[in-house]
Design a protein around this ligand. Sequence first.
Ligand code: RFL
Ligand code: PHB
Length: 386
Amino acid sequence: MRTQVAIIGAGPAGLLLGQLLAQSGVQSVILEARTRSYIENRVRAGVLEHQTAAVIEAVGAGARLAREGLRHHGVELVFSHQAHRIDFDALTGKAMTIYGQQEVVKDLIAVRVAAGLPLLFEVADVKLGGLDSDFPQVSFTHESVEQILECDFIAGCDGFHGICRPSIPAGLLRVFERVYPYAWLGILAEAPPMGEIIYARHENGFALHSLRSPTITRLYLQCAPDEPLERWPDARIWDELQRRLTVPGGPRLNEGPILQKSVTPMRSFVVEPMQYGRLFLAGDSAHIVPPTGAKGMNQAAADVNRAFVEFFKRGSAAALRSYSSACLDRVWKVQRFSRMMTDLLHLNPTDSPFDTRCREAELAYLATSAAGAATFAENYVGLPVP
Ligand code: RFL
Ligand code: PHB
């Protein structure tokens, strides 16, 4: 088999890249380790920045997003038992769209399959070769047949646990990492959500109220990284969510059957550079953020750019040469914001009483100063992509 760009991984990064290339007549083959049904049902992110929604629409996969996506114009911050609203519309003129990541994935797969473009599920033993030559190749097994895919470039879109990043020879990547001493217990509940996304800092820890549809609420609670789920029967989860997310005299959360429960560890991670020879990393394969700022999927989408199109259609390698540094400029600004929001809203067991008061004061500044709120809003809705 031969193609121009071999894309490893059919998450948001790989699927968006495939679609962007197809629109410009650049060939690609996408190789995905999991089944179609698995990736179409994997519950993850749900908040799309304005520019992420615009890219999905621009590549021709935005029809259902436009119909079913829920526009959100602000968030609530709850701390010291009071709620404060940050109005994105007023502060930035921009809004967020709530639409599940697995719905984005379904829509992108549907357009690719409808166009008859190659997307192979359940591939195994994926190995990369010739990365530092002009003739890279990918070997893999599909339906018990070993195959070789020759290509001009490889796009490593296979997430944090993929094989692309580890295929780069040892010692060439610099790793920057921060692991947090807490995790999120996330649930999906069949209950009508409250109006908006709510982030809470409480004496018992962080909590987040989000949503997926007018009838499905998505909620998270700070817990220990090794938290056994058995210790969290449904009644305890609701009790703790009500305690952390609601304020005296304010509305209570609507409760309902819990459809799914999981624990998500939190990590900040970046590798530099995001390229080695003919391999270019995009999305979680190169960087991850703790989910507090809702940035992971948006960053994966922002990495996907026209560098390959410029190369194949205009013969210019300039955008490929600057790919890594251009991405990293943006990635570090988002890392900074995600870490700041995570530190502010969670209880850290190593914080001194002094640290705790400073975090409370910082939150009060963000919520009540026009300059503080504007800084928060500008980062949350997404810094402009140059
Ligand atoms: P993905 O989505 O992980 O896709 C990678 C794909 O590669 C496949 N793969 C392989 N394929 C072939 N060969 C191999 N050897 C392979 N190894 C792996 C995998 O099966 C998979 O299909 O990476 P991508 O495209 O970079 O997208 C990144 C996002 O998925 C991720 O950043 C977000 O989900 C993070 N995230 C959030 N991001 C947001 O922007 N907004 C949010 O509100 C948000 N909330 C979240 C989140 C992540 C969470 N979890 C579970 C970590 C909430 C949570 C709880
Ligand atoms: C979600 O809806 O899953 C969500 C919302 C906001 C976040 C993280 C996750 O910061």
